[in-house]
Ligand binder design. Structure first.
Ligand code: SAM
Ligand code: SF4
Ligand code: SF4
Length: 342
């Protein structure tokens, strides 16, 4: 039995329940919607090593967030598996009292190498991103040096290490990979893994997002239903962002994340910690609160808690609900996805 977590509520009454921890701003892929190759070339300056939080610093801050009510942790990036010795961090995070769920989001390409060590370190859940099965479309959506089969091997390696069922996330972009929806559904039906389709979002300012590039959850479901009968299923827990559907013939379930057509800001309980130690309270924020400097200047826990509480307490973010009302020209600078962590 879990005791009730402490309550730290924002200005709209939302508790702090989840922490997404970005462990690096680097990645071995160049998905055009996140790190377009033309902007993230050889000469791109990633964060210098000293700017990146150490594992000890991440663990200390995470403990404080857990003390304020965070119960679910997700390690992300950039690509978290390019950070050396990640299993050490996983071990430390999994040992924090009060953590009820620890997961990792990855592009999957390095899972064949690391799944066993991650599982040994206490990781039980992995989400793998995969936007296409077709080799050419995959190359286009990921800028990856690997074929999609490498990601599929990563999924199987994670399942074999005991981290199944695996959630597989596909971001759907009109004119790019909408024809991959049905092949992906067909591939993962009956495997026990849970495929989830995500509406393409206007995160950051460099991915040339337009509403016309969004394929709605409704259309995604219709496309799959044309081939396989689906029926809706209720949420697993309050605040679950994916709408769940199951195959009528019992071949498993899928999810759709309606971030654009049906936003869920009113239930958004997520805080984000960037690799260089900023607390960010919304995926669409234009800045965050620097926790690294006070941490390195010797602030004690009380001082850091005061800073985090103060920022969360003033949180009024509800960008996705306001999106429609915001004119294109008014969209301010925003933190890029590879920094804020998906
Ligand atoms: N590198 C890891 C990966 O790709 O899974 C973790 C970080 S990545 C930023 C996290 C997730 O954000 C990925 O599933 C990616 O597809 C998703 N993502 C990135 N840009 C997006 C966008 N504009 N709209 C929707 N999802 C996006
Ligand atoms: Fe890398 Fe993930 Fe961004 Fe793709 S979405 S460029 S895999 S961080
Ligand atoms: Fe949460 Fe911001 Fe996304 Fe709304 S737009 S669900 S507040 S991260």
């Amino acid at each position: 039995m879990h005791s009730d977590p402490p309550e730290t509520r924002d200005a709209l009454g939302r508790a702090l329940r989840d922490l997404r921890i970005s462990v690096t701003d680097r990645c071995n892929f160049r998905c055009p919607y996140c790190m377009p190759a033309e902007l993230f070339g050889e000469d791109h300056k990633f964060l210098p090593r000293p700017e990146i939080l150490t594992f000890e610093e991440i663990t200390r801050l995470t403990r404080l967030f857990v003390g304020l009510g965070a119960r679910k942790l997700r390690v992300t990036g950039g690509e978290p598996l390019v950070r050396a010795e990640l299993p050490k961090l996983i071990r430390s995070l999994s040992e924090i009292p009060g953590v009820e769920d620890l997961a990792l989001t990855t592009n999957g390409s390095l899972l064949p190498l690391h799944a066993g060590k991650l599982a040994d370190a206490g990781l039980r859940r992995v989400t793998v991103s995969l936007d296409a099965l077709d080799e050419e479309v995959f190359r286009q959506t990921s800028g990856s040096p690997h074929p999609p089969s490498r990601v599929l091997q990563g999924i199987e390696a994670a399942a074999a290490a005991g981290m199944g069922p695996i959630k597989v996330n596909c971001v759907v972009q009109r004119g790019v990979n909408e024809d991959e929806i049905v092949p992906l559904a067909r591939h993962f039906r009956g495997t026990g893994h849970i495929l989830r389709f995500i509406e393409f979002m206007d995160v950051g300012t460099r991915n040339r997002w337009e509403l016309t590039k969004v394929v709605s959850a409704k259309e995604i479901i219709e496309r799959i239903q044309a081939e396989f009968a689906l029926e809706p299923v209720g949420a697993n827990y309050d605040g679950e962002v994916a709408r769940r559907w199951r195959y009528v013939d019992g071949a498993g379930e899928i999810g759709v994340i309606t971030s654009v057509t049906n936003p869920f800001c009113s239930g958004c309980t997520r805080a984000r910690l960037t690799a260089d130690g900023e607390l960010v309270t919304c995926l669409f924020a234009n800045s965050g609160l620097d926790l690294k400097q006070p941490l390195r200047d010797g602030a004690d826990d009380e001082e850091l808690l005061r800073l985090i509480r103060g920022t969360w307490g003033g949180r009024r973010d509800r960008y996705s609900e306001e999106r429609a009302a915001i004119g294109k020209a008014e969209r301010p600078e925003r933190i890029e996805m590879y920094r804020v962590g998906g």
